[in-house]
Design a protein around this ligand. Sequence first.
Ligand SMILES: Nc1ncnc2c1ncn2[C@@H]1O[C@H](COP(=O)(O)OP(=O)(O)OP(=O)(O)O)[C@@H](O)[C@H]1O
Length: 280
Amino acid sequence: MSNPQETFAIQAHNLTIQRGNTTILNNLNCTIKAGQAVAILGPNGCGKTTFARTILGHIFPTSGSLQILGRTIGETNIPKLRKHIGIVNPTTDTSSIHTTGAIVDARLSTLQAVCTGFFATIGLYDTPSPTQIETASQYLHAVGLSHRQDHRFATLSTGEQRRALIARALVHHPQLLILDEPTAGLDIAGREQILATIEMILAKPNPPALIMITHHVEELSPRTSNVFLMRDGQFINQGPPSDIITPESLTQTFGCKVFVKKIHGRFWLEVLPEAWLDLV
Ligand SMILES: Nc1ncnc2c1ncn2[C@@H]1O[C@H](COP(=O)(O)OP(=O)(O)OP(=O)(O)O)[C@@H](O)[C@H]1O
């Protein structure tokens, strides 16, 4: 009999993370279904990455509970759980693993870096099978990086690194994919290439649950079914994008007066110069 919990990718109940006197996540509640595409939007420092790191078991809840793919953080085998999760984040500096969650050793070749996705490790400590190497190569081809597979990961451009990390996150067919600011530092073409890749992932049959963490509403896929607005370690609003992406709620979330437009299924923000007067 199937476990009913497995129909949920994430269930957080009063999740609280404290470090010293700082409450980073504050009684946070959310439910994300299997295969659902959601976005977490919020300003710098509101706790988005901490939430991602808690999902990956880098941080244990101070109180409350967090279930990932039917397993409870604090009671489950974390390395095994991570094999069902794919993660992309903007950090490749291995010296900052414990603070920002770098996910791959940039000294590896790009193909080796993608292969670490099979083992959910930062370095390549296991020997990938010929089938795994072939699969990694195919995913690099899918993100347009076949010609870079033997180059050291560190020598790739930021956009190429990000696409390679998406390939790394997908090779083991994760049930949950976390994209933590996947377009940070990219130019327009680089950003749109990442968004097109996300669209490709979501358009396939049985996609993973996908959490897009971003500051920018224009990066939301039209397939996003739920948006979580985060501020001060809490989700202050959540629901379908058309209900949640409003000038009022975004102004409240980001602390900056904004206007919102929806064009061809994508949201765009407008900030009038008058708003600057309130910010300085
Ligand atoms: N180990 C820690 N000890 C104390 N404070 C911490 C620790 N880790 C994170 N913080 C603080 O918690 C807050 C949330 O950080 P987090 O990185 O989760 O935010 P974020 O929403 O991802 O921000 P950004 O959009 O800038 O990436 C920040 O103020 C950060 O300084």
